[in-house]
Ligand binder design. Structure first.
Ligand code: NAI
Length: 339
C-alpha cells in the first residue's frame, strides 16, 4: 500500500502540469512580505497550487534564499525572488493577484490596531507600487489592522485613478477557518462539511461569526454560542499568547491565505464561488464590511446580504459598528487627512 501511494504521489506533479497547461490560463501571483512568518509557508502553498503558473516572491530582504528553496518543489509554477524596493516593479509586472502579508505582527498585550503606525506606511508604499505596475491585479490584504489597511489601499488606488472596488479584498478567511474548526470540534462534526459565515471586520468584537447560519445545523445552547463566538474573536490572541513574543498566527494564516487566493484565482478563471471577505460594501452603513461575496472573473461580482441574524448576532452587529467605523476612518485619514 505504501509503495502504491508513493508511486501515485510521484505521478501527481506531472499530471498537475498537464492539466494546468491544457485548461487554465497563465496566472502570475506575487507575495509581498514573502520572507516572513506568513510569507514563507504561503509562498510554498502557492507553489503547490496548479492554478499558479508564475510565482513572484518579494520582500525587503531574504527572498533570494526563500525563492531558491521553493523553486526546487516539482510543481508547475516558475518562481522568482525579488529583494529590495529597486526590484519591486519587476516583482509586480504582469501580476493577476498580489497577496500582501508584509509588516509587523502582534506581540502579547498588543491589539491589531497597535500595528497601525508601522503597517499603514508599508501598505501605502506597496499599494502605490501596485497602482503603478499592475493596476488591474486583485489584491488580497493580509497585513493588519485589516480593518484599516484595506481603506488605506482603496485611498491609494483612488489617488492613482486605478481603484476598482471589486478587486480589493481584506483576507478574513482565518476567522472562517477558526469558526469552522471550533464548531466542528465542539459538536463532533466532520470539518470538511462545516461552514460558518463570519461577517463584520477582522479585529476583536468586529469579528462576528454567524453560528445561526452554520451548516450542518445542530442545536447550540446560548452558552455554547457565546463561547464559540468569543473563541473565534480571540483566536488570534490565543496564538499570540502561546507564541509568547515570537509573533502571531503564521501557519494557519498561510493556509487561510492560500485558500482565499485559490478562490480568487478560480473566480478569475470563470469558476464562480462564494467566500467571506472584507470589501467595499453597501449592505450596512459602513463603507467596508466583511460578508459573503461571489467571486468571479472581475473579482467581487456580488456582495451578498447578511441573511437573517439571531438576536445575539444582531446585538453583536450593532456593537461592532462604532469600532469598525473608527478603524476605517483612521485608514482613510492616513492617506487623505481632509476626509
Ligand atoms: P513577519 O514579521 O514574520 O513577516 C513580515 C515580513 O514583511 C518580513 O519578512 C518583513 O521583512 C516584510 N516587510 C516589512 N516591510 C516590508 C515592505 N515594505 N515590503 C515588503 N515586505 C516587507 O510577520 P508575519 O507573522 O508574517 O505577519 C505579517 C502581517 O500579517 C502582520 O501585519 C500580521 O498582523 C498580519 N496577520 C494577518 C492575519 C489575518 O488574518 N489577516 C493573521 C495573522 C497575521
Amino acid at each position: 500500500l505504501l509503495k502504491r501511494s508513493v508511486v501515485s504521489a510521484a505521478k501527481s506533479p506531472a499530471q498537475t502540469r498537464c492539466i494546468s497547461s491544457s485548461s487554465s490560463p497563465r496566472r502570475k501571483v506575487a507575495v509581498l512580505g514573502a520572507a516572513g512568518g506568513i510569507g514563507q509557508p504561503l509562498g510554498l502553498l502557492m507553489k503547490l497550487n496548479p492554478l499558479v503558473t508564475d510565482l513572484s516572491l518579494y520582500d525587503i530582504a531574504g527572498t533570494p534564499g526563500v525563492a531558491a528553496d521553493i523553486s526546487h518543489v516539482d510543481t508547475t509554477a516558475t518562481v522568482e525572488g525579488f529583494a529590495g524596493e529597486a526590484d519591486l516593479a519587476k516583482a509586480l509586472k504582469g501580476c493577476d493577484l498580489v497577496i500582501i502579508p508584509a509588516g509587523v505582527p502582534r506581540k502579547p498585550g498588543m491589539t491589531r490596531d497597535d500595528l497601525f503606525k508601522i503597517n499603514a506606511g508599508i501598505v501605502k508604499g506597496l499599494c502605490t507600487a501596485i497602482a503603478e505596475h499592475c493596476p488591474g491585479a486583485l489584491v488580497n490584504m493580509i497585513s493588519n489592522p485589516v480593518n484599516s489597511t484595506v481603506p488605506i489601499a482603496a485611498e491609494v488606488f483612488k489617488l492613482h485613478g486605478t481603484y476598482d472596488s471589486r478587486k480589493l479584498f481584506g483576507v478574513t478567511t482565518l476567522d472562517v477557518v477558526r469558526a469552522r474548526t471550533f464548531y466542528s470540534v465542539l459538536k463532533g462534526l466532520p470539518v470538511r462539511e462545516v461552514n460558518v459565515p463570519v461577517v463584520g471586520g477582522h479585529a476583536g468584537i468586529t469579528i462576528l461569526p454567524l453560528f445561526s447560519q452554520a451548516s450542518p445545523k445542530v442545536q447550540l445552547t446560548d452558552e455554547e454560542i457565546e463561547a464559540l463566538t468569543k473563541r473565534t474573536q480571540d483566536g488570534g490572541t490565543e496564538v499570540v499568547q502561546a507564541k509568547a513574543g515570537k509573533g502571531s498566527a503564521t501557519l494557519s494564516m498561510a493556509y487561510a491565505g492560500a485558500l482565499f487566493a485559490e478562490a480568487c484565482l478560480k473566480g478569475l478563471n470563470g469558476v464562480e464561488n462564494i467566500q467571506c471577505s472584507y470589501v467595499a460594501s453597501d449592505i450596512t452603513n459602513l463603507p467596508f464590511f466583511s460578508s459573503k461575496v461571489r467571486l468571479g472573473r472581475n473579482g467581487v461580482e456580488e456582495v451578498l446580504d447578511l441573511g437573517s441574524l439571531s438576536d445575539y448576532e444582531q446585538k453583536g452587529l450593532e456593537a461592532l459598528k462604532e469600532e469598525l467605523q473608527s478603524s476605517i476612518q483612521k485608514g482613510l485619514d492616513f492617506v487623505k487627512p481632509q476626509h
